[in-house]
Design a binder for this molecule. Structure first.
Ligand SMILES: C[S@@+](CC[C@H](N)C(=O)[O-])C[C@H]1O[C@@H](n2cnc3c(N)ncnc32)[C@H](O)[C@@H]1O
Length: 244
C-alpha cells in the first residue's frame, strides 16, 4: 500500500470519495513533490476529506486550495487549507480565482464532472499550473454519459475535446498552415490517459531534435516513393488553391 492508500483506508475523519485505482496513479506522479513548497488546487471539496489527505501526504510546506459550489464547504477551512466558493462553470469566477491564486503545482479537477465544467476549467486554469506542474482531470467516464452532456464520440465530450491534445503535442511536425504550435505544444511534456483520469505533465518544451550518432555500415534501402511524391504534390497544390 502506498502512503495515500494507507491514509485513505485508515480515514475515520471527513469523507473522501475516490476510485480505488486512482491511488496508484496519484502516488506515481505525486511522490516527487512530497515535502516541497507546494500549492495544490482541487476543484470539488465535498466533505473536505481529500484536502486533508493531500495535506498529510505532501507535508507541512503544502498550501491547499479547494473550490466548490457549495457554500457550506467554507466551514471546512483549517490551517493550510483555504476554500473558495464558486462555480467552475463560470469563466468570470475562474478568471478572478486565477488572478488571486499563486501558480499551482498540481491541479485536480474533481468537481461536477460535466463536459462544460471540465472544458471551461481546463481552458481557464491550465495556464495557472506551473511550468513543471501537473493538470489532472478526474472521472472522465462522464464523457460517455448523456446526462453529463457526454456520449460515445459525441463532439461535446471532454474525451473528444482532449483528443485534440494529441495533435497539439505533435504540432512541431506540422506541414499544414492550419495546424500550428500553440501554448499546449510548448508546455506539455506528456499526456497520460487512465480509466477515468487524464494527467498532463507540464515541462518547458523546446523543439524536438532528430539525432544520429555512429556511422553507416551497410547500404540503406531506398523505397521508391515517386508515386507518393507525385500524389503529394497534387494534393498540396489543391490544398494551397483552397488556402488550406
Ligand atoms: C466528487 S465530489 C468531490 C470529492 C472530493 N474531491 C473527494 O475526493 O472527496 C464533487 C464536488 O464538486 C462540487 N461541484 C459540483 N458542481 C460544481 C461546480 N459547478 N463548481 C464547483 N464545484 C462543483 C460538488 O458540490 C461536490 O462537492
Amino acid at each position: 500500500m502506498n502512503d495515500l492508500e494507507k491514509y485513505f483506508y485508515n480515514n475515520s475523519e471527513n469523507l473522501i470519495h475516490k476510485w480505488k485505482h486512482y491511488f496508484e496513479i496519484y502516488d506515481k506522479y505525486f511522490s516527487k513533490y512530497k515535502n516541497k513548497d507546494l500549492n495544490i488546487l482541487e476543484i470539488g471539496v465535498f466533505q473536505g476529506g481529500s484536502l486533508k489527505m493531500w495535506k498529510e501526504y505532501f507535508g507541512k510546506n503544502v498550501k491547499i486550495y479547494g473550490v466548490d459550489i457549495n457554500p457550506a464547504c467554507k466551514s471546512l477551512e483549517e490551517n493550510g487549507i483555504e476554500i473558495i466558493i464558486g462555480s467552475q462553470e463560470d469563466r468570470q469566477f475562474l478568471q478572478k480565482l486565477k488572478s488571486q491564486l499563486p501558480p499551482i503545482d498540481i491541479l485536480i479537477d474533481d468537481g461536477g464532472h460535466t463536459m462544460k465544467q471540465q472544458i471551461i476549467t481546463f481552458e481557464v486554469l491550465f495556464d495557472l499550473v506551473k511550468e513543471d506542474g501537473l493538470y489532472i482531470c478526474e472521472d472522465l467516464h462522464t464523457s460517455y454519459w448523456y446526462d453529463y452532456e457526454g456520449g460515445y464520440k459525441r463532439k461535446t465530450s471532454f474525451i473528444e475535446y482532449s483528443k485534440n491534445f494529441i495533435d497539439y503535442l505533435h504540432a512541431w511536425h506540422s506541414r499544414e498552415r492550419s495546424f500550428k504550435i500553440n501554448n499546449f505544444t510548448k508546455s506539455v511534456h506528456s499526456i497520460h490517459y487512465y480509466d477515468s483520469m487524464i494527467v498532463l505533465e507540464k515541462r518547458k518544451i523546446s523543439p524536438p531534435e532528430d539525432l544520429t550518432t555512429g556511422n553507416y555500415v551497410i547500404p540503406i534501402y531506398k523505397p521508391d516513393l515517386s508515386f507518393f511524391k507525385k500524389v503529394n504534390i497534387k494534393i498540396r497544390s489543391l490544398l494551397q488553391k483552397q488556402n488550406y
